[in-house]
Structures are given as structure tokens and as C-alpha cells.
Design a protein around this ligand. Structure first.
Ligand code: ZN
Length: 288
């Protein structure tokens, strides 16, 4: 077969040396139009589906907003330790939901509406099982660089755009590891997650949305100059739902924390994201 099927191990980080790294096999999408068939994970059945807010008309587009981290996984912390990423992400997810519901055009669901832990696969499985049209995972991670400030948009790629993106993906993908056991890899489910042709359309849509999001949100929220990065982020691996990870700001930046901790700052950021979502769906020509 002339399609370039490249199998290479993606190594999981180990926690305290307890958990042996599990190789995960993935395929590079072919450069030509040949088709390859690969197995994609079946939807998980364990998690209860969340309520859908907004219009009751099921033909209206549905966005699933994922507040990063939660429960025993606090995510990153501010320099003084007084703020946790899981609180900032939830507060912004709720503000974005409320703004979209007020707009009246888009249906919205949250992967979590409270302080709950979810595996990465459970997060995007909720989007798949609801038949979502768009998936947005919200984060506010620590920056390596003390002076870094502003938002960044991540889309899925097998290879990271840069070292910072690779490190972010390694940290985020570690969320599934509980007491040294990689819960996301139980039953070999993660091992079967491949980037395949069916995902390429969703990936192209994800990049289109990322560009629109920057265009609409930059008037309301500061962005980093290098605002679009990509990495192999497990939470973005729904094969059929356009997905982005929105780093709304850095929890290590006092300015970003101040913005994300105030109702007014959150409303401003939510406004830009909501406009991008509304325009994205308004532009779509194909009927559901
Ligand atoms: Zn995070």
C-alpha cells in the first residue's frame, strides 16, 4: 500500500517510575488520497450524559465545552498556590455556556458542571455520544516562562509544533494517571486510538475554527503572539468532532489570573469565544 502508514511508539510519561510506559501506536495520515482503515475506540458507556442547554430544536448545532481537570486533579496552580486551574476552567466554561444560551442559537453541553474528575477519553466521548458539532476544552496552565501572558489555541497533531507544546501535551495527557496507573489505557482502549482519514476532516475543521476563534476573540482577550500551536493531545482525539484546546491564559500570569478570576474578565473572554462559535456555525453550508 502506498499510503504512508507509519507506526511509532508514543511514550507515556511515568509517575515516580511506578508505571511502565505503554507504547501507543499511531498512524501518520497519508499524503495522497488513498484510504486506510483503522480501528477507532467504541464510545465509553460509563459516564452519564450531561444536560443540553439552549434551544430545544435538535437540528441546532451543539457545542460541548470541557472545563479542564477537576476532582482530585487540580491542574496547575498560581505562583502563590491560591488559585487552581480546575476552578478557573470551570468558571469560564459556565460563563461561556451562559453567553451562548443568551444568544439563543447554539445548543450547549458541559462535560462537567461541578468539581468532578473525568478521564480524557470520557470527555470527548461525551461529545461523540451527544453528536456534538464542536468540542472546546478549556485550560489555564502554568507557563514555563514567568512573563508569558495571554491565550493560545491548540489543535491536534501527531508531532508538536514546538517544545512548549510537546511539554504541555505530556502534562495534560498525564491527567489520566491515578496513583501511577494509567486509567485511560485500561483495556487497551488508548492503544487503538489512531489518527486516521476520518479524523482528517475533523482536523481541518478544527484548524479553521482555531483561526476564526483568534480573529473574533483577539479583540476581547490578549493572545500570545504565537497563538496557534499543535500537539498530540488525547482530549482532542475524537475522530469525528472538530476539537480545540483553548488555553484561556496562564495561571502563572498575574494579569491572566486577574482576568479569569473576575466575572467581567471572564465575560469578555467568553464573548469572543461565543462570537467565534456563532460565526462558525452560521457559515456552515451543509445541513445537518
Ligand atoms: Zn490544563
Amino acid at each position: 500500500m502506498s499510503a504512508h502508514l507509519l507506526l511509532a511508539p508514543l511514550l507515556f510519561a511515568t509517575v515516580g517510575g511506578v508505571h511502565p510506559a505503554e507504547p501507543v501506536w499511531y498512524a501518520r495520515p497519508p499524503r495522497h488520497s488513498h484510504s486506510i482503515r483503522v480501528r477507532i475506540p467504541p464510545p465509553a458507556k460509563g459516564v452519564k450524559l450531561p444536560p443540553i442547554y439552549g434551544p430545544t430544536d435538535p437540528s441546532r448545532p451543539l457545542v460541548v465545552i470541557d472545563a479542564g481537570h477537576g476532582g482530585h486533579d487540580p491542574g496547575a496552580a498560581s505562583r502563590g498556590g491560591e488559585r487552581q486551574e480546575k476552578e478557573l476552567t470551570l468558571a469560564l466554561a459556565l460563563a461561556l455556556r451562559d453567553r451562548l444560551v443568551r444568544g439563543g442559537r447554539i445548543r450547549v453541553a458541559l462535560t462537567r458542571g461541578d468539581d468532578q474528575f473525568l478521564l480524557l477519553q470520557e470527555r470527548y466521548d461525551i461529545a461523540r455520544r451527544l453528536g456534538a458539532d464542536l468540542f472546546i476544552s478549556i485550560h489555564a496552565d502554568a507557563a514555563e516562562n514567568d512573563t508569558a501572558q495571554g491565550a493560545t489555541i491548540y489543535t491536534l497533531s501527531e508531532t508538536a509544533s514546538d517544545r512548549e507544546a510537546a511539554r504541555l501535551a505530556a502534562r495534560e495527557n498525564r491527567s489520566d494517571i491515578i496513583n501511577g496507573v494509567d486509567m485511560g489505557a485500561q483495556g487497551g482502549v488508548v492503544n487503538s486510538i489512531l489518527i486516521d482519514l476520518s479524523q482528517r476532516e475533523a482536523m481541518a475543521q478544527s484548524v479553521a475554527f482555531a483561526e476564526l476563534l483568534y480573529r473574533e476573540a483577539a479583540a476581547h482577550t490578549p493572545f500570545r503572539s504565537n497563538w496557534h500551536r499543535f500537539a498530540s493531545l488525547v482530549v482532542l482525539k475524537a475522530p469525528d468532532v472538530p476539537s480545540i484546546l483553548f488555553e484561556a491564559g496562564y495561571i502563572t500570569s498575574p494579569q491572566d489570573v486577574a482576568r479569569l478570576s473576575s466575572a467581567q474578565g471572564r465575560a469578555q473572554t467568553a464573548e469572543g469565544v461565543a462570537r467565534a462559535i456563532e460565526i462558525y456555525f452560521a457559515r456552515r453550508v451543509s445541513p445537518r
